[in-house]
Design a protein around this ligand. Structure first.
Ligand SMILES: C[S@@+](CC[C@H](N)C(=O)[O-])C[C@H]1O[C@@H](n2cnc3c(N)ncnc32)[C@H](O)[C@@H]1O
Length: 195
């Protein structure tokens, strides 16, 4: 994954060339270049993982001896032997049971690129994104290792600062980053929280 600047309209083409299922892979690559949370051997839980480009990218960095689990409402085409994916709603008890069954140990990295079905109304999409984000934090309380890293996509809006304040109460370090691969007109940012 090159670190060089890629013009917005080139991300899709570049993703295809490199075999990534979505241009979102470049956002994770930028987050990784800045925060270095993916390392060989670390197990990863990816929430909102379809079609699977984050799992593809993360899988390359953590290597074959690590386990990756991806959950989404949509099915994900097989990626690799060490990558298990499940069709499930992250709000369901089924999601918790699946994680416990397939990965009883805590994860070093939990990623969320979850996005609600957007309405085009900024505050509505923001509040739906926060509902997803709070569920991610609840899952991280159960499944993130003590020194683990949590990465969450959030659509900004009126309650964003309050959400960051909540996170700061739970995590030692909380940083906010907007990758260049994220369209300037999009309200999405990524929050990186570490204990
Ligand atoms: C932007 S896409 C993720 C792209 C992914 N990171 C990739 O690189 O391929 C957001 C995903 O969140 C999923 N999603 C939204 N709400 C969900 C929920 N309640 N439970 C599980 N997945 C959900 C959507 O189905 C969608 O696939």
């Amino acid at each position: 994954m090159p670190k060089n600047f890629i013009p917005q309209d080139q991300y899709f083409k570049k993703a295809k060339e490199l075999g990534y299922r979505a241009r979102s892979a470049f956002k994770l690559a930028e987050l990784q270049d800045k925060f270095h949370f993916l390392k060989t051997g670390l197990d990863v839980l990816d929430l909102g993982a379809a079609p699977g480009s984050w799992l593809q990218y993360a899988g390359k960095l953590v290597g074959q001896n690590a386990t990756l689990i991806g959950l989404d409402l949509q099915s994900i085409q097989p990626i690799a032997k060490n990558t298990k994916t499940f069709v499930v709603d992250i709000f369901s008890e089924e999601a918790v049971k699946l994680i416990q069954k397939h990965h009883p140990k805590p994860f070093s990295v939990i990623l969320s690129d979850l996005a609600p079905a957007t309405s085009g109304q900024k505050e509505l999409d923001h509040s739906r994104s926060l509902e997803l984000s709070r569920q991610v934090v609840a899952l991280a309380e159960r499944f993130l290792a003590p020194r683990g890293t949590l990465v969450i996509k959030v659509f900004q809006g009126g309650d964003f600062d309050a959400f960051i304040k909540e996170l700061k109460g739970q995590f030692g370090r909380v940083e906010i980053y907007k990758p260049k691969a994220s369209r300037a007109r999009s309200f999405e940012v990524y929050v990186i929280a570490r204990r």
